[in-house]
Design a binder for this molecule. Structure first.
Ligand code: NAD
Length: 253
């Protein structure tokens, strides 16, 4: 039997990049997927592809900057599938890079905290009661290497991702005896639309340069994050909680 047969898995930011790759990995393991993003056409395309390959997936449009939409999202998932077992709170924006702290745009700062941090908190706020009703579950929050290590020029992004690590640990300790494990993943540069925007990795020279920052001398692939998320969600990680796992080709060593 597949590891996630009959398990309901909610993924935010599932319309591209790491979220999309994670959706396919869970689908292959038999999960019932509730895929969330803002871009309806792209999100629907991911869900359709999974269904065409024999999997189970629906798309739900929601903006992680909108607190009401986040509550409605979890309620819609529970209404559709009857519960929630796993959540990958992955949606996020890059905001501003290569900007010194005094020069950081206030608007971008607010967006970064609203989507990357408050969005994850609101997700957990609604997901935890839904998981308790089911007897437990597993939450994986998307942080970043920029959430465990300082990088110049990214103070807003750093604030949001260090914040994700903090709320992950707090929630994990609160629910450690009630069947819910909460962990975070901290990728370095991973091939995605975000990496293209921030580092220009769609150009070979830029990709090589970004790759050279990592001891493995390459950037990561979305599937290499997806596999870690799948493991964290699985029973194989049953004694793992409050952990932040670096997926970084050795960058943080
Ligand atoms: P991406 O741009 O391909 O994916 C981001 C996803 O989040 C998209 O589906 C997008 O539609 C969604 N999203 C953005 N804002 C949203 C909002 N307000 N409401 C709902 N959905 C929203 O890039 P990615 O690299 O796959 O990013 C996924 C996550 O990984 C982000 O949280 C990012 O910070 C994190 N991350 C990425 C890297 C990297 O190098 N790619 C490294 C570390 C962490």
């Amino acid at each position: 039997m597949s590891r996630f047969e009959n398990k309901v898995v909610l993924i935010t930011g599932a319309s591209s990049g790491i979220g999309e790759a994670t959706a396919y990995v869970f689908a292959r393991e038999g999960a019932k997927l509730f895929l969330v993003a803002r871009r309806e056409e792209k999100g629907e395309a991911v869900a359709s592809r999974i269904r065409a390959e024999g999997g189970t997936a629906v798309f739900h449009r929601a903006d992680m900057a909108d607190r009401k939409q986040i509550g409605d999202m979890v309620a819609a998932c529970v209404a559709h599938y009857g519960g929630l077992d796993v959540a990958f709170n992955n949606a996020g924006i890059d905001g501003a890079f290569n900007v010194d702290t005094p020069d950081h745009s206030e608007d971008i700062w607010d967006d970064l905290l609203a989507i990357n941090l408050t969005g994850v908190w609101m997700c957990m706020r609604h997901q935890i009661p839904a998981m308790l009703a089911r007897g437990g579950g597993s939450i994986i929050n998307m942080a970043s290497m920029a959430g465990v290590k300082g990088f110049p020029g990214s103070s807003g992004y750093a604030a949001s991702k260090f914040g994700v690590v903090g709320i992950t640990k707090a929630a994990a300790l609160e629910y450690a005896q009630r069947g819910i494990r909460v962990n975070a993943v901290c990728p370095a540069v991973i091939r995605s639309e975000m990496a293209d925007r921030v580092f220009g990795t769609d150009e070979k020279d830029n990709e090589d340069q970004a790759g050279s920052w990592h001891p493995m001398n390459r950037i990561g692939e979305p599937e290499e994050v997806a596999d870690v998320v799948l493991w964290l969600a699985s029973d194989q990680a049953s004694f793992v909680t409050a952990e932040t796992i670096k997926i970084d080709g050795g960058l943080g060593a």
